[in-house]
Design a protein around this ligand. Structure first.
Ligand SMILES: *[C@@H]1O[C@H](CO)[C@@H](O)[C@H](O)[C@H]1NC(C)=O
Ligand SMILES: *[C@@H]1O[C@H](CO)[C@@H](O)[C@H](O)[C@H]1NC(C)=O
Length: 319
């Protein structure tokens, strides 16, 4: 019984690996640069970056990166710098493009009120399937990151999806907009206690969330949005729900200060499985970076590079 269970697991893993396109030959994209536009069968756009050392016979980890509202693939690539060989030599990085939902004037992800009819979970599944058809993807090392609404989509939609959450080894949202839709004010407040729906069946989801204390767009303490009757939870509450309510890591939180930041704290629950990075009192609605980027220009840079932390932390997790 035991042996046959082990065998079933092993052969399931082998089948998953074989599903990806792992064979010698020329990679379908030039390495070290962003591919030209790719489209799913349903016409959704994405672009792929292969690291310089990409070996088409070797199962390779992949990061999916989601831009913010109003954003584009190209803007997100310039912002997250995950294709910079100085920080990433190992991961394929894939950028996905959101649509402009009917009635909206900007690109938005499914997590947002008003974008309910957009199937970005289906889009993500289609992109994963398309990658498997073209590249040697390691199915045990697929990761997701994103900024603002893209972060909300990663941390609140993908990570909470009953099916697709099982395809990702870890999730790293930045300044995430974790919308809870159709929530009247009296259900939203206090934002430190609002009920956060989540359909994941996993009990071990690794999540690393970054947030600035001076974020005027998605406030750290949460808020209620009258116009859309939606709730943004307190970020500490949102992270604690992952750590304690879903992953069962109560009593194990460890805090470390972030040198050079204004009261920045990294709060980690057991083995870093859930990490909340409070980027500092000075950090706004930004992708934390010690150099100027399209988010922080004109105000304060951060004391660390979120992208370096993300790459390092993703390296700890595998399905
Ligand atoms: C860690 O910091 C948070 C606030 O960011 C606080 O609520 C919590 O009690 C601290 N935990 C420990 C173990 O110091
Ligand atoms: C952050 O990344 C930049 C390059 O984008 C680099 O110059 C800088 O030294 C990095 N900062 C830290 C603290 O590693």
């Amino acid at each position: 019984m035991y042996l046959s269970a082990v065998f079933a697991l092993l052969s399931a893993a082998a089948t998953a690996v074989n599903a990806a396109q792992c064979s010698a030959g020329k990679p379908p994209f030039k390495t070290g640069e962003l591919s030209k536009d790719q489209f799913t069968a349903k016409g959704r756009r994405y672009r792929v970056h292969l690291p310089a050392g990409y070996d088409p016979t070797k199962p390779t980890p992949v990061i999916l990166s989601y831009h913010g509202a109003h954003g584009t693939i190209e803007k997100q690539c310039a912002l997250d710098q995950l294709t910079d060989p100085a920080r990433n030599r190992d991961y394929i990085v894939v950028y996905l493009q959101a649509l402009v939902p009917q009635g909206s004037d900007k690109t938005e992800w499914q997590v947002a009120p008003g974008a309910d009819k957009t199937d970005d979970v289906g889009f993500t599944a289609d992109v994963l399937a398309a990658l498997d058809g073209k590249l040697c993807v390691d199915p045990r090392r697929v990761y997701a990151t994103g900024k603002s609404q893209g972060g909300g989509f990663v941390g609140q939609t993908l990570a909470c999806d009953a099916t697709l959450s099982a395809r990702f080894a870890a999730f790293a949202p930045v300044a995430g907009a974790y919308y809870i839709k159709d929530t009247p004010r009296d259900k939203c407040e206090p934002t430190s206690r609002v009920a956060i729906p989540c359909a994941t069946r996993r009990k071990d989801t690794p999540v690393m969330a970054f947030h600035g204390g001076a974020d005027p767009t998605i406030p750290y303490r949460g808020t209620w949005r009258k116009k859309t009757n939606s709730c943004l939870p307190d970020i500490r509450h949102w992270a604690r729900e992952w750590a304690v309510a879903r992953d069962g890591l109560q009593g194990t939180q460890r805090n470390t200060t972030i040198p050079g930041s204004q009261h920045g704290v990294r709060s980690a629950w057991r083995d870093d499985r859930v990490v909340l990075v409070y980027a500092g009192d000075e950090v706004q609605h930004d992708w934390p970076s010690t150099t100027v980027n399209s988010d922080n220009k004109g105000h304060s840079v951060a004391a660390f590079n979120a992208s370096d932390d993300i790459i390092k932390w993703f390296g700890k997790w595998k399905l």
